[in-house]
Design a protein around this ligand. Structure first.
Ligand code: GLN
Length: 458
């Protein structure tokens, strides 16, 4: 049914970069056989899933949205893909994304944009717009995303779906095409909070192949979601972050987004939660710090795309064919403009003479943001904010203005800089009928709280 749906609507939505229906059906039949043989499979066994194309899949094309990886067939599976296979979730295909996960609209994909199923003239968010659109268009019931600065949560917000960025280290990064390794985290994209919790339990937990993987198993999330579904939040302290659109006269937040946020705070109070206001002054500098740290790490991670090891290889049009000239020609042809912009920014920020002023300062801001979170989580069990300052904007609206595009991440970035988990849940519609998201943040390793409060709020 999902393959039929993809055939019907994906020509218009373009959520997928790669679908192999025969392969999906073969995987589904194998799950049936395992079940028939009496194997005890998890609850999600047999439910098909779409996977963001930044996650490597053995023998299945993986491009990370970039022309430079066109034609590359990974020789191995990411750990999270291995876990999906073991748990019996057939893969529907690979989803579209901004090139190397750089962007907030999926317009920076090397393979053309994805469109928002709620309004095909609008963006589905980014960088994981393909996964979110696939859910919103009912092409897939579950999907995988990655969130380095909001790429799971912001697409969820603007497509009326659920997206979770787990605690840094909760889901293995082994087999993700790295964007910024100290920020990257894979997580569930779903239509309900309980689905996200069940999926997190499948993909999460310790992995010896990722040196930053946390030691504890991923358990208790579905129980927390079921507890939240009772709607009772008695005893839960919820912090409204003044700097994340919680100040009443929040700058840059669309009027309906602020109004929906106020309504959800009232609803959480009615559910028994105690609402307090918290202030995280360093969050004001989060965007600036992120857009130094991310390009710095990305410029280093992208150095391996040299025209020799993976995918595309372009030889110079004239002159000698040296390694350096092949590298330059390949990177010139294979990378899009946003990727080039960030490589230039990142190498500049890391240069001798500028390192302390830019990268060093940004790392200090990162520490201040972590301290703000620590203080806020003394006053509150979870923090809440709008997920994104606006609902889905029109294709092309911010494409020529990188700063305007970056500003859409203002509320999601602090969590990545601190490594704390966050969820976006649907929170009503704006006057144009477009979805709004509510963000909930919890302390590191307290992901279960997201599922409890998220399920109560959804
Ligand atoms: N919009 C953010 C960026 O462009 C999102 C990155 C991400 O989470 N992958 O960097």
């Amino acid at each position: 049914a999902h393959l039929d749906r993809i055939a019907d609507v994906d020509p218009a939505v373009h959520a997928f970069l790669h679908v192999d229906g025969e392969d999906t059906l073969a995987q589904a039949r194998a799950v049936d056989a395992r079940r028939a043989a009496g194997e005890d499979l998890p609850e999600l066994a047999g439910v098909p899933i779409a996977v963001k194309d930044v996650v490597v899949t053995r023998g299945t094309p993986t491009t990370a949205g970039s022309r430079i990886l066109e034609g590359w067939l990974p020789p191995y599976d990411a750990t999270l893909v291995t876990r999906l296979r073991e748990a019996g979730l057939p893969m529907l295909g690979k989803t579209n994304m901004d090139e190397f996960a750089m962007g907030s609209s999926t317009e920076h994909s090397g393979y053309g944009p994805t469109r928002n199923p709620w309004d095909l003239d609008r963006i589905p968010g980014g960088s994981g717009g393909g996964s979110a659109a696939a859910l919103a268009a009912f092409e897939a019931p579950l999907a995988i995303g990655t969130d380095t600065g909001g790429s799971i949560r912001q697409p969820a917000a603007v497509t009326g779906t659920v997206g979770v960025k787990p605690t840094y280290g909760s889901v293995s990064r082994y087999g993700l095409v790295a964007l910024a390794s100290s920020l990257d985290q894979a997580g569930p994209c779903t239509r309900t909070v309980l689905d996200a919790a069940l999926l997190h339990e499948v993909i999460g937990g310790h992995d010896p192949l990722d040196s930053t993987s946390l030691p504890e198993p991923a358990v208790g999330y579905a129980d927390a979601a079921r507890q939240g579904l009772s709607g009772d939040l008695t005893g839960v302290r919820i912090g409204v972050v003044r700097e994340l659109g919680g100040s009443g006269d929040a700058q840059g937040y669309q009027r309906e987004v602020s109004a929906a946020f106020e309504r959800s705070v009232a609803a959480l109070t009615a559910a028994g939660a105690e609402v307090v206001e918290v202030s995280c002054p360093s969050f004001e500098a989060a965007l600036a710090a992120y857009y130094l740290i991310l390009p710095a790490e990305a410029s280093s991670n992208l150095a391996k795309f040299d025209g020799m090891r993976f995918g595309l290889r372009v030889e110079p049009a004239e002159g000698p064919v040296t390694a350096e000239r092949v590298m330059a020609a390949t990177r010139g042809a294979g990378f899009g403009s946003e990727v080039k912009r960030r490589i230039i920014l990142g190498t500049y920020a890391l240069s001798a003479g500028y390192y302390d002023a830019y990268y060093g300062s940004a790392q200090k801001v990162r520490t201040l943001i972590q301290r703000d979170f620590t203080a806020a989580f003394e006053a509150a069990d979870v923090l809440v904010s709008p997920t994104a300052p606006t609902t889905a904007f029109r294709l092309g609206e911010k494409l020529s203005d990188p700063l305007a595009m970056y500003l859409n991440d203002v509320a999601t970035i602090p969590a990545n800089l601190a490594g704390v988990p966050g969820i976006s849940v649907p929170n009503g519609l704006d006057d144009a009928g477009l979805p709004i998201g509510l963000q909930i943040l919890a302390p590191a390793r307290a992901d279960a709280r997201l599922y409890r409060v998220g399920a109560a709020a959804e």
